[in-house]
Design a binder for this molecule. Structure first.
Ligand code: SAH
Length: 210
């Protein structure tokens, strides 16, 4: 069994977005945080032998990490062809090092993905840009539709906490916050460059209530 630090080190060798697109809110989960999230899910029995979807997979860091930790199969869904190509390169790299990596990368809009899975693990767009307004809600609704257990990262605010927990309840899910991370964004906008933007991000778990 791979150790958390070893997973983090491998994930840090994966290729990142080449020129991240702001209109898709492309920023990748830092390797240490990705490894942390994946081990939290693994410890809860939500990775080993599970069918997993990584929605808005970007360059594949979460999906590939889940496959390394023993997922039965991972579907990585990403709309951007450039990110998709990088993800395929990253997949090849993982396959050279680890056995039993079973990942399908799908270059498509998450709204058109309809496969039923056991668990969703995702870092979706936060819906902060004009072009991505409510993207987080679109991703969550899709996740509620296809899985009974969801791990998802969302931008922190007390308003968004109330909103997302309510949204979950209205969809038959119980939501709670497992951790709050502080993630340094590689700032691209001039106004952010001076501020060294660090954003608070909540890791939620959502579980279907019966
Ligand atoms: N999950 C990755 C990337 C996070 S950035 C990681 O943790 O590193 C969010 C990703 O969602 C971007 O790659 C963006 O291109 C993708 N995305 C945005 N809208 C999408 C949509 N409608 N369907 C599928 N992917 C989308």
């Amino acid at each position: 069994m791979i150790k958390k630090k070893e997973l983090e080190i491998f994930l840090s060798t994966l290729k990142d977005f080449e020129s991240p697109k702001e209109n898709l809110e492309q920023w990748s989960t830092p390797p240490d945080i990705a490894a942390e999230i994946l081990f939290i899910a693994y410890s809860a029995g939500d990775i080993n032998d599970r069918i997993i979807a990584d929605l808005g997979a970007g360059t594949g860091i979460l999906g590939i990490g889940a496959a390394i930790l023993g997922a039965k199969k991972v579907f990585c869904v990403e709309i951007d062809p450039n990110a998709y190509c990088i993800a395929l390169e990253n997949l090849e790299k993982a396959k050279r090092i680890f056995d039993n990596i079973d990942i399908v990368f799908l270059n498509m809009d998450v709204r058109n993905f309809s496969k039923r899975v056991d668990v969703v693990i995702m870092n979706p767009p936060f819906g902060l840009e004009k072009s991505t307004r409510h993207a987080d809600v679109i991703f969550l609704r899709k996740a509620f539709e296809i899985a009974d257990k969801i791990y998802s990262l969302h931008h922190f605010s007390s308003k968004s906490r109330r909103y997302l927990i309510n949204l979950a309840r209205n969809n038959g899910f119980k939501g709670s916050i497992l951790r709050t991370f502080h993630i340094p964004l590689k700032a691209r906008k001039e106004k952010h460059r001076k501020e060294r933007l660090i954003i608070p991000v909540d890791l939620y778990v959502f579980e279907k209530e019966y």
